[in-house]
Unconditional design. Structure first.
Length: 95
């Protein structure tokens, strides 16, 4: 297979690898990595590839974990606790 690229709707379409578009690489622990992983997830959804979606969701969680640890010294467990607290507040209607 050739590394043939096609321009579609202003986005370079890549014909090899997992993704159909060129996605800039981010730096682990920085917001750019969250952006990279979200863009890869978006691409997986567009491809309707559920296995790739699950992989990218896991990668996105990892990027968020590293970002929150580096910038806020808060681990994933604390973020999940906060998410659950927010979820319960919305369910109960009391925020």
């Amino acid at each position: 297979m050739n590394d043939e690229n096609i321009e579609k709707e202003g986005v370079k379409q890549v014909q090899t690898g997992y993704h159909k578009r060129e996605i800039p690489k981010g730096e682990l622990g920085e917001f750019s990595k969250i952006t990279e992983e979200f863009t890869e997830l978006y691409d997986a959804v567009e491809q309707q590839n559920s296995v790739l979606e699950l992989c990218e969701m896991a990668d996105l969680i990892g990027a968020i974990k590293h970002y929150s640890e580096k910038h806020y010294n808060i681990g994933l467990n604390k973020l999940i606790q906060f998410m659950e607290c927010t979820e319960n507040a919305f369910k109960s209607g009391k925020r």
